[in-house]
Design a protein around this ligand. Structure first.
Ligand SMILES: NC(=O)c1ccc[n+]([C@@H]2O[C@H](COP(=O)([O-])OP(=O)(O)OC[C@H]3O[C@@H](n4cnc5c(N)ncnc54)[C@H](O)[C@@H]3O)[C@@H](O)[C@H]2O)c1
Ligand SMILES: N[C@@H](CCC=O)C(=O)O
Length: 588
């Protein structure tokens, strides 16, 4: 009996060793039960800091050579066959969909197997089956998988990860480095650190003769991770954070990030991820989602992507709750779209705010949820601002960022034809709409790849749809406000859009900074002072927005982990009763 109970014990909290616990350990040792995690309180390695970003400067020849070798490995061996992975089994014999290089759409990088209804159901069952063992694995074993994966990404697979992300998602080397290397490693390592801190949070009082404990149980069912194309790191965190906490995961990757995501899955496997803990199910998003959300054991959605898709999933889950489909109220964690602002005050440094705006708007072709897409500049600065921005943009190079002979290119393609067409249509509208004027850029070309020139549009209407719609591309809309209207323009920034993800104030005047911090309190979950509104670093800037930008559970902080545990409080009493009455029940 004891053997069975302790075998399935969920080791989900670090508790202080007391005499009674020592006795229990000794008892179990006598009956030969494995009880390793309770024999010591493992501390995570002390050197868990942000991964240093490699520069790929002109003197870093070795890095460039290794990167080129990895790129050609992917491109010179034909398309990679990417399987569905269920319970560790790789399933190839399914209809496939191609993943192409968005810089060169004639180049098929991978043929991605598409999950059938049976596959999806099998993945759900595999997640349920793998759950008991993974949930009861010692904390150190779960943590070690992610720490080892982080090390493998930093060393053995660094250049393969970079190449897969650059080729498949159209990133230049720097953008790939800060994503699939630095941010991904940071997520894996910092989550381990945060989990350790969480497990140490225990009830702070225990009455005499009582021991109160908190146990951080994984959720009872399985987690569904639906991941976006634009950050390999985000995909890693969406599956990694719940898995670290002892959950099992059904992973629906983005069709346009399947290559890097599959490389990552293989790294996790090499790092020791047990079979069935993360089941990789590429396929029709609607079909996969339908079966997952219909399952009674569905216990959490971990989503990053567009607001519209998240709303659909949210409402489906809600109506399923109303129909009693689930055992639990599923946790819903979603980070979604943005319409992020740069507000420039008359006291700001023009040079700094211009260069920050260029980076915020056009790095990775404006395809960061955090990208600057609306700009507010005072009349007094606009002529100089516009001239300097235009001049800097003249130096932006555009092309195939994964072309081995020209890896220094600054801007690549947008992700796919649908995105290209949406942006081309918007640019065409800007050419005819009387409230809009293209002040820079305005060209596009999809003959070889999906290339859109970085474009700045000025509008005379502070509520124009260009200032409220998320285009998710290199399209920045500027509004020039009268200097005296600084305070009022913040009202517009705050109320014009449904989003509240990121935003920046540029000023040297301290009163202006204070005012902006107050008036824009709810306009952005990540608010920057004299810095661009992109580039949050794990552990430094906790990331996420509110309103229609998401549930703001803050990726890169310990907070996110709390969404994937269901705490059990345990009260253990050491005294035995001798009477049922209280003193107050006795007469004097
Ligand atoms: N706030 C954040 O932290 C954050 C980070 C990255 C991206 N984003 C947002 O993501 C969007 C861009 O990424 P994307 O193009 O991959 O987003 P998307 O919404 O098109 O896709 C995201 C995921 O949802 C899946 N999906 C699409 N339609 C679906 C449906 N009907 N049912 C179920 N799943 C479906 C996709 O296959 C993909 O895996 C932008 O809106 C961006 O702002 C937000
Ligand atoms: N950490 C990134 C997240 C971008 C999301 O797409 C940033 O803050 O720019």
């Amino acid at each position: 009996m004891l053997r069975t109970t302790t075998r399935t014990l969920i080791r989900t909290a670090s508790v202080r060793v007391t005499p009674s616990l020592t006795r229990a350990i000794a008892r179990n040792a006598r009956v030969g039960v494995r009880f390793a995690s309770q024999l010591a309180h493992a501390k995570v390695p002390p050197n868990l800091t942000n991964e240093p970003v490699k520069n790929f400067g002109i003197n870093d020849q070795k890095d460039w050579d290794l990167l080129r070798a990895s790129i050609t490995k992917f491109t010179d061996n034909g398309a990679l066959e990417i399987p569905i992975v269920i319970n560790g089994e790789k399933i190839y014999d399914r209809p496939t969909k191609p993943q192409v290089n968005p810089s060169k759409h004639s180049q098929v990088l991978a043929n991605v197997a598409q999950a059938s209804e049976e596959d999806i159901k099998a993945a759900i069952e595999a997640s349920k089956t793998a759950k008991a063992k993974w949930a009861s694995a010692p904390w150190a074993d779960r943590a070690a998988v992610f720490l080892k994966a982080a090390d493998l990404i930093s060393t053995k697979y660094r250049y393969d990860m970079l190449a897969a992300t650059m080729l498949g998602q159209g990133k230049n080397v720097f953008q790939a480095e800060i994503d699939c290397i630095a941010e991904l490693i940071d997520f894996f390592k910092f989550n381990v650190k945060y989990a350790e801190e969480m497990y140490q949070q225990q009830p702070i009082e225990s009455s005499p003769g009582v021991w109160n404990r908190a146990e951080y149980r994984p959720l009872e069912g399985f987690v569904y991770a639906v991941t976006p194309f634009n950050f390999t790191a985000i995909a890693g965190n969406l599956v990694g954070a719940p898995a670290l906490m002892g959950n099992t995961v059904v992973w629906k990757p983005s069709a346009t990030a399947a290559l890097s995501n599959y490389v990552l899955l293989q790294i996790l496997e090499e790092a020791g991820l047990p079979k069935g803990v993360i089941n990789f199910i590429p396929g029709s998003p609607q079909e996969v989602t339908k079966h997952v959300l219909d399952d009674r054991a569905f216990s959490a959605l971990h989503f990053t992507g567009s607001t519209d898709v998240f709303k659909q999933l949210y409402s489906k889950i809600s109506s399923n709750v109303a129909e009693d489909k689930y055992r639990d109220f599923p946790r819903i964690v979603g980070e979604t779209g943005g319409k992020n602002f740069h507000l420039v005050h008359p006291s700001a440094s023009v040079d700094h705010s211009v260069l920050s705006t260029l980076r915020g708007s056009f790095e990775y072709q404006g395809q960061k949820c955090s990208a600057t897409s609306r700009l507010f500049v005072p009349e007094s600065l606009w002529p100089e601002f516009q001239t300097k921005l235009g001049a800097a943009m003249d130096n932006i190079t555009i092309g195939n960022t994964a072309e081995p002979s020209n890896l220094q290119t600054f801007m690549g393609p947008v992700i796919h034809e649908q995105s290209f067409d949406k942006l081309a249509k918007a640019i065409d509208q800007a050419k005819t709409d009387p409230e809009l004027k293209i002040v820079k850029g305005g060209e596009y070309d999809k003959e070889a790849g999906f290339f859109v020139q970085p474009t700045v549009v000025e509008t005379t209407n502070s509520n124009h749809p260009f200032l409220t719609t998320e285009f998710f591309g290199p399209l920045l809309t500027a509004y020039v406000y009268p200097d005296a209207e600084f305070e009022n323009i913040m009202e517009t920034i705050d109320t014009a859009t449904k989003y509240a993800l990121t935003g920046s104030i540029f000023a040297r005047d301290r009163d202006a900074l204070r005012l902006a911090e107050e008036k824009l309190r709810y306009s952005a979950g990540n608010f920057y002072v004299n810095d661009k509104c992109t580039g949050a670093v794990v552990g430094q800037q906790w990331f996420g927005g509110a309103r229609m930008s998401g549930t703001n559970d803050k990726a890169g902080s310990g907070n996110i982990l709390s969404r994937f545990v269901s705490v059990r409080n345990i009260k253990e009493n050491f005294y035995e009763l001798t009477d049922f009455k209280y003193p107050s029940n006795y007469k004097n």
